[in-house]
Write a protein that binds this ligand. Structure first.
Ligand SMILES: O=C(O)CCC(=O)C(=O)O
Ligand SMILES: [Mn+2]
Length: 225
């Protein structure tokens, strides 16, 4: 198996493999070091007390499972989600227009930590709740036009570990990284242009996972149009 790696900034080594999203076994990983995908991975970034209070707060979020139309057929998305953001930060997702809910206090604190520690400014966060390993997210890039060009997207994981897979759009090389409770993954500029990512099903996972992707939106993008 050919091993490739990631750009790692102030981070611990990651495990990766070049197999596909569907054929990556749960125990098949290997250490890698070559810089490839423009990401930064910080294992166990969020302090335990903040993990606990954020999980507690997330229990009160009003998650929804929107119905999307794919090739003319209607499907509920295979996870639930909620969008928090500043005023003027509407998010369009598979032809659905989602209005931002006001920031809850603990999530706002995490946003401020991202600003102070990394100088990463965000004004919206998509929270995805994967009930168990049946819930998943298909291949995609976060390349919607309302996301500020060349901005970083920061992903924080709580709860169950799940595999985050990346696929280079041109070479089709694939990598996988296991995201566990408290881990932070920063997708830098270029990631959404050159790579897709996904969360494949993991039938052995029985616990919920909550993922927060903090984004910088163009304020007012969907207003007046
Ligand atoms: O759950 C994850 O780690 C990925 C979430 C994601 O890709 C997204 O919200 O766009
Ligand atoms: Mn994404």
């Amino acid at each position: 198996m050919k091993q490739l790696g990631f750009e790692l900034v102030n981070s611990q080594p990651v495990s990766c493999t070049t197999q596909g999203a569907d054929d990556i076994g749960e125990n098949q990983t290997a250490e890698a070091s070559l810089p490839v995908a423009p990401i930064t991975y910080l294992a166990n970034f969020l302090p335990l007390p903040l993990q606990t209070s954020l999980l507690q707060e997330a229990n009160s979020y009003q998650f929804e499972k929107p119905i999307v139309t794919i090739f003319g057929k209607q499907h509920p998305i295979p996870r639930s989600q909620i969008w928090f953001g500043d005023s003027g930060c509407e998010y369009q997702y598979s032809s659905l227009m989602i209005k931002p809910q006001p920031w809850p206090p603990v999530l706002l604190k995490v946003r401020q930590i991202l600003e102070s520690q990394f100088n990463i400014m965000t004004n919206g966060v998509l929270v995805n709740r994967y009930e168990n390993g049946q819930d998943c997210m298909g291949w995609h890039s976060d390349n919607e036009p309302e996301i500020a060009a060349n901005s970083d997207i920061v992903s924080l994981t709580l709860g169950a570990s799940r595999t985050f897979v990346m696929r280079h759009m041109q070479t089709r090389h694939k990598h996988a990284i296991e995201l566990s409770c408290g881990d932070l993954l920063i997708m830098h500029a270029g990631m959404q242009d050159e790579w897709q990512h996904a969360i494949p099903k993991r039938l052995k996972v029985n616990e919920p996972r909550i993922n927060f992707t903090f984004r910088q939106m163009i304020v007012g993008f969907h207003q007046g149009g």
